[in-house]
Design a protein around this ligand. Structure first.
Ligand code: NAP
Length: 310
């Protein structure tokens, strides 16, 4: 059985690659240089050539809050086209199962907590990243429509904040955790303060990319419903950005030099997600501790500084 992984060069794609030899599938890891998924003809030709049995669709124009606020149109157009092309070609080439990747940040801004799978369309998403959020919501609608009208097994998963090795460490465009790792690295190198944008009070659930990779493959084998599935750590495993920043500083041995700058946006103050449905379907799962995951990520960045995406 052949699995096409779009976004195969990204954070989650490379995590799947790391564990892929433990599975009995033929994997194809796709980067944008192999096929520009924004282009329908290229996408069609790729599917025609590879004839995948399964597709794990991770490719996206994705990043942190500052990227989302700066490039609204770009994010909207690129993600709409990529998602449309992948879903459409998965249908045309009779893919047995498509797993499309959403995000917990696309849930309504005003909501009750914890968030569960039924609440996705209950209100507008946060203003900070609404174009990204609406493209992901439409991806869910697109999969559901194919599921209902054509019986296609197109399902959606919803991860919380992901982190790990091979992340995008861009200071401006990256997600909060990798951007903080890069910022702390530079602060230590230049003997400056480690400045954390925002007050540090926002709360987040973080899932280690390799845990998500394992859960994605379990989902491939076990989950076949048209309603999405949240892939997250427990709702009680939620940390403040301040805690994460201090943890990063600890592994850089630079603990006494942190400064928070509340003039920057914190983004949503929390988006606590519930993983009850995940545990019901896939059984109990032992997630990597945040301390171990952050330590490994910091060490990886230090050892791969020259070649890391940044
Ligand atoms: N990171 C998070 O915290 C987070 C949280 C929730 C959900 N998600 C979702 O999880 C999925 C994976 O995220 P990630 O963090 O692994 O992303 P990432 O590291 O930024 O990687 C993005 C991937 O998309 C590919 N891509 C971008 N534009 C493309 C195009 N035009 N054609 C083909 N491929 C293209 C990139 O290929 P190149 O390397 O060749 O550019 C790369 O492999 C995404 O759908 C994202 O929305 C992420």
């Amino acid at each position: 059985m052949k699995i096409l992984v779009t976004g195969g060069s990204g954070l989650v794609g490379t995590a799947i690659k790391t564990i892929s030899n433990e599975y009995n599938y033929e994997f194809i890891f796709l980067a944008s240089k192999d096929c520009d998924l924004i282009n329908y003809d290229e996408t069609y030709k790729l599917f025609e050539k590879e004839q995948p049995d399964f597709v794990i669709h991770l490719a996206a124009c994705v990043g942190g809050i500052f990227l989302n606020m700066k490039h609204k149109v770009d994010i909207l157009e690129k993600n709409l086209l990529m998602n449309y092309n992948v879903v459409k070609c998965s249908h045309i080439f009779k893919v047995k199962k498509l797993i499309a990747c959403l995000s917990t940040c696309i849930f309504p801004d005003k909501t009750s907590y914890p968030i569960d799978e039924t609440m996705l369309h209950n209100g507008p998403p946060a203003e900070t990243h609404y174009t990204y959020a609406y493209t992901k919501r439409l991806l869910e609608i697109h999969c559901k429509a194919y599921f209902e009208n054509y019986g296609d097994n197109f399902i959606c998963i919803i991860p919380t904040n992901i982190y790990g090795t091979n992340d995008n460490y861009s200071l401006e465009d990256g997600h909060v955790l990798p951007a903080l790792i890069h910022r702390c690295y530079l602060a230590k190198k230049n003997r400056e303060k480690f400045i954390v944008k925002g007050s540090g009070s926002a709360l987040r659930q973080f899932i280690y990319a390799e845990d998500l990779a394992k859960l994605l493959l379990l989902t491939l084998e076990k989950y076949n419903e048209k309603t999405p599935l949240i892939l997250s750590v427990d709702e009680n495993t939620e940390y403040s950005i301040e805690y994460i920043a201090r943890l990063i500083a600890k592994y850089f041995d630079y603990e006494n030099n942190i400064e928070f700058n509340p003039k920057y946006s914190d983004g949503q103050l929390k988006k606590t997600a519930c993983n009850k449905k995940l545990i019901e379907y896939l059984g109990d799962y032992k997630f990597i501790d945040i301390e171990d995951g952050v330590k490994t990520s910091v060490e990886w960045f230090i050892n791969n500084y020259e070649n890391a995406r940044k």
